[in-house]
Each structure stands twice: as C-alpha cells, then as structure tokens.
Write a protein that binds this ligand. Structure first.
Ligand code: ACM
Length: 262
C-alpha cells in the first residue's frame, strides 16, 4: 500500500484552515493511507481548560465528518489527532477512518508536561484495528518514550503503528528506529513544524516526520522546517515475520526469556 506521512504547520484555534491545509497536502500526494499530526486541527499549545472546552470535538464531530468524506471519496484511510470531548471529559485522541467511516479511536496514555492539566489519561488501552491492508495500531507522540506502548500494540498483532505527533524533544525520530527493530513493525510518525508561543509557554516542533521499516530502515524522513508529505510503498505482511535469523524469532525468544524479566 502507499503510506503517506503529512507534515503540517497548524495555527492555533484555526480549525477550518488547519483542516484545509491537511486536505490540500493529501490531495497533492495520492496514497492509500495517510497519517496526520497530533491535534492537527486545533494546534497543541492550549493555555486554559476553557480553550480545550471550546475546541474539543466528539469522536464524530466536524473534523471527523470532513475526513470521513475524504476517505470515502478517495477510498483511503486516515489517522489523525484531535482533542476529544466525551461529555465533560477531554482526551488527546487519534482516530482511524476509512472508506466506510470511523474504524476506531485511541486515547493518549502518556500525557506530556502541561497536557496533564488539560486532558485525562487514555482509558482504552492500545487497541488494534483490522483494515484491508493489515492490522493498525495507534500511539500518540510522547508514547514513544515508553517501549511498552509499541510492544503492546505489536504483541496484539499491529503491523503498522500510526504515530500522530507534535514532537518537541529531539530524540524521537532516532528512537523510533529502535521501536521498529524491537517489534519488527512499521511505524509512521507524522509530526508538525513551526512554533507556538501562548500563555507564557513556547513550544517549537521538530518536523522530521518519518516512516521506518521492521528492519529499522528509515524509508523516508522529512526536513525539520517544511510543510510537506512523503509517500512510501510498503507491504504490511513484512511486519508479520518476527524472525531475525534461523535461531532468533524475537517474539518466541521473548516468551522463552520471560521468567528472566523483572
Ligand atoms: C508530545 O507528546 N506532544 C510532546
């Protein structure tokens, strides 16, 4: 399948403009599966809970409606990050939509820094969803620092981990190589660029969106300052083979060694 990472530069609170930017980028690079950044429609740097209340959407809100229509029209899949309102509870979430509509959501488990003021920790675990191309898991940005997130998804059968991000620390793009190697999965990290200076807090986002293979090969990595996309042809079946060589199947090895952990 043709997998695309979409690297945007959202403006805080300009939801329609941010959606339009993402749609234009997707239109410019035809693909079967797109990954957009974390909170791609609202921007990241909330300064008050009231702003979250104003900008958060239910799972099937306006952003979902627009992206589901795009996915239906183009017969493609999209993973995107958004601020989710569930009655009066807010999550930093991602959704997977496809040609027939909503497939599933993930709610970020590892909340970074001030996200802890605005969002509740995800309560859905790390679900894996079936598509015509293979099994898809999602994690969001800071989840990268916790190997258990990718490991849980891989043990549940995920072949591709879609990873909407708003990275501010410099380590993730290289660390994802290890997440792929230790799980033999594909990852697609879609990050944003630019900076946001609001309410006395400034964040600069590092770009470098990338697709990494189960062998830890960086199949594509975008620059740190460019709104752009990259499309790579991949076969998710490659991620079903956990054998490194004739002696080491990494998941079987793990089971044989499990009594030695902790
Ligand atoms: C982050 O998790 N957005 C840094």
């Amino acid at each position: 399948m043709k997998l695309s990472i979409v690297q945007t530069n959202p403006t805080f609170d300009e939801v329609q403009k941010n959606i339009d930017e993402a749609i234009a980028l997707m239109e410019s690079s035809p693909a079967d599966f797109y990954v957009l950044p974390e909170l791609f429609n609202t921007g990241y740097n909330f300064s008050t809970v009231e702003e979250v209340e104003q900008l958060a959407e239910p799972i099937e809100g306006i952003t979902s409606t627009i992206l589901k229509a795009f996915a239906h029209q183009r017969q493609c899949y999209i993973v995107y990050g958004f601020a989710e309102s569930d009655d009066d509870v807010f999550y930093n979430s991602s959704a997977l939509v496809g040609p027939t509509g909503l497939i599933g959501i993930y709610r970020k488990v590892h909340l970074y820094y001030r996200e802890n003021i605005f969002f509740k920790r995800g309560n859905l675990g790390f679900p894996v969803f079936n598509t015509e191309f293979g099994k898809i898991g999602m994690m969001i940005c800071f989840d990268w620092l916790f190997p258990e997130a990718a490991r849980t998804l891989a043990l549940k059968g995920a072949q591709l981990i879609a990873h909407p991000s708003n990275l501010v620390l410099p380590y993730c793009p290289d660390a994802m190589v290890t997440r792929c190697l230790e799980n033999r999965v594909f990852t697609a990290t879609a990050n944003r660029i630019g900076s946001e200076d609001r309410g006395g807090f400034k964040f600069s986002y590092i770009g470098k969106s990338e697709i990494v293979s189960p062998n830890g090969e960086i199949l594509t990595r975008l620059p740190d300052n460019e709104v752009n996309t990259a499309v790579i042809d991949i076969d998710l079946n490659e991620a079903s083979n956990k054998r490194l060589n004739e002696f080491n199947d990494i998941f079987k090895e793990r089971l044989k060694s499990v009594n030695h952990y902790l």
